[in-house]
Design a protein around this ligand. Structure first.
Ligand code: ATP
Length: 351
């Protein structure tokens, strides 16, 4: 009887502690997943939405408060309100895209994740240095045009969502195409032939464990549909491959490849701790291409929740290997925050 009373009061204290905090994010990208996951773990939720999206977020009962702003760039104006609410911000892809790195760094409201990762992620060369130090295979880079000896993809620094690229099958084609390429800063990378695959990791600084929560494959137009027209019919049409993302589909990886998928993730986390204080924690994604030799080549790292995780709001085959409930990446973040509150380690996971 006494033991069950103690258990009850411990649960009550934990609930009160959790209720003191609210989980907040910008209404975009993976906000629904993040806020649904937060509610499933017992947190109050706040969505900061631009006027044109308020009607969307009002549809969902798991969102307690919607703070309306005219434009994403007005986010700093409601920061004090969020601080007064003891809100914890969960950054997603739109935070960097709409607010930029500097506004993210300057945010005073509690922020889940390590802001030091922002500079390493934003610079394609620094990303590459990180991957190479972690012994993660990356596509060959050509710093001199004259050295191009294979098909290449040229990426501007600001590219995202598959925009801002061109493909050249050899140096001759590169020299012609570069003349019409507007970007000043770009990287020339070997075009790796294989299957693009995005691995969604979560690293817990509390338990020091790495999980693979889900995996997706992007559907990109037109590169994923070129095979629908036989090559002899394409001749003369002047079709160029493009990589604009239109959707994502779930993927279960061949089990033997999981060994390397975990090992790469672990090396990336370990190396990050050498490169910047605290290293990376929370969700991140290695964007890979698997070659016919079944070797991974990592084309990019995203250092927060990625949109492909939206496929798994009800959990995934991988998440169910760790949890006996439906755990999305959004919910996994809330689980980590809950655990940090319970153990008095919130400072360790916030910036
Ligand atoms: P996001 O930031 O949304 O991930 P991004 O535009 O930076 O977008 P990347 O992942 O760098 O995205 O590349 C977009 C697409 O271009 C990839 O999904 C892949 O299809 C193709 N791609 C990029 N780099 C290579 C490469 N080295 N070899 C083959 N294909 C590539």
């Amino acid at each position: 009887m006494a033991a069950s009373k103690t258990r009850l009061s411990a649960r009550f204290v934990a609930r009160r502690a959790r209720q003191a905090y609210k989980i907040a994010t910008l209404g975009s990208h993976s906000a629904l997943q993040i806020l649904k996951g937060a509610r499933d773990e017992g947190f109050g939720t706040i969505c900061v939405a631009t006027s044109d999206r308020v009607s969307l977020y009002k549809r969902f009962k798991f969102i307690d408060n919607i703070y309306e702003i005219p434009k994403f760039s007005h986010f700093p104006k409601i920061e004090n309100k969020l601080i007064a609410d003891s809100a914890i911000i969960i950054p997603h892809g739109s935070f960097v895209a709409y607010l930029g790195i500097e506004k993210n760094k300057k945010m005073k409201v509690a922020y889940f994740g390590n802001k030091k990762v922002l500079d390493w992620e934003a610079d394609r060369l620094k990303q590459r240095e990180w991957m190479q130090k972690a012994h993660v295979p990356v596509p060959r880079r050509f710093s001199k045009h004259s050295k191009i000896n294979r098909p290449v993809i040229v990426k501007s620094y600001g590219a995202s969502g598959g925009h801002g690229y061109f493909f050249a099958k050899n140096q001759k084609e590169f020299e012609v195409r570069i003349k019409n390429f507007r970007a000043r800063d770009f990287i020339i990378q070997e075009y790796v032939i294989g299957v693009p695959l995005y691995i969604h990791y979560f690293y817990s600084p509390l338990s020091k464990t790495l999980e693979i929560l889900s995996i997706d494959k992007r559907y990109e137009t037109n590169v994923d549909s070129l095979g629908r027209i036989p090559s002899q019919n394409q001749q003369g049409l002047g079709i160029e491959p493009s990589f604009v993302v239109v959707g994502n589909s779930p993927l279960a990886l061949r089990e033997s490849l999981l060994v390397e998928a975990f090992a790469m993730g672990e090396r990336v986390v370990a190396t990050s701790k050498d490169l910047f204080a605290g290293g990376i924690w929370g969700p991140f994604c290695l964007e890979t291409i698997i070659t016919p030799q079944q070797k991974f080549s990592v084309i990019e790292i995203s250092c927060r929740i990625v949109a492909g995780t939206n496929l798994f709001i009800n959990g995934s085959p991988y998440a169910s290997l760790y949890y006996n409930k439906e755990v999305s990446t959004g919910r996994r973040i809330a689980i980590e925050i809950k655990e940090a509150i319970r153990t008095g380690k919130l400072k360790k996971i916030l910036n």
